[in-house]
Write a protein that binds this ligand. Sequence first.
Ligand code: SF4
Ligand code: SF4
Length: 279
Amino acid sequence: MIAPRYPLEGVASWNMNTTCNYRCSYCTQRFVEDRGQLARDLPRFIAAFAALVGDWEIKLSGGEPFRHPDFIATVAALATARRRVSVVTNFASPLAELLAFCDATRARPGLISASLHLEYAEPEAFLAKLVAVKAHHAGRIVATCVATRANLVKLEALQARFASAGTELRVQPEKQDRDVIDYDDGERQQLIRLGGHNGTGEIEPSFAGRPCWAGARYFIVDHEGHAFRCYPARRYRREALGNLLDGTFALRADATPCRYDYCNCTVPQQRGMVDTRRT
Ligand code: SF4
Ligand code: SF4
């Protein structure tokens, strides 16, 4: 297959801490021994992100990135380095902190991906905050919710409620041990009706063998600077790209074939880095 066109803006997903104020039953990090780990040498991280060639978006996640003690200062420093800044957040922070993120990114706004965790958050309060932040944010905002079996029965009504407030609510299949749980046929049909994984129309998208720009115009990096091509690459400990902080980091020059049967990376799919059309 022919690779999609060169993506003009690259994207780095930075898991900047493992800290979180929630303990969701489906959290992929719940087996991490120390949920208090943080990116510490922030000036070196900022310098490394600033040195990336061309336009880049830095997508901050964790854990819960707003729990990093230097979160807003880091956002401001990345914005000063002319990086677009996006965030994946559980949206539990006070409204003033969420608005501070909008202010810090106003010159080059990114995406706020707000995760509704029904084990902790009350939907109407979450939605009210979402509407307030949306009115202030110059970029895009989208809500997501994990389709646990307990949530599945509520999601159709929740999507309608969010749509009535002018906001999209995307669903994400539940994973345990990083694999999608064993939904039965009825549950799978329900998931597809809800849009599938993040609106892709599929539950376990697969692009194995297709050229993908992940590794060249997309990468993921943890709080210690270890970088991988994408989340499945990190899971299998393959296709490491070195460490962002010690001089070993190197991106590929081109799109290369995907080596994974299940792609749970939203960014390459939604930014045209891999051909997602069904064959
Ligand atoms: S909010 Fe996110 S990081 Fe925190 S426990 Fe839930 S799934 Fe994990
Ligand atoms: S798993 Fe997804 S992001 Fe990773 S190489 Fe394959 S298509 Fe690209």
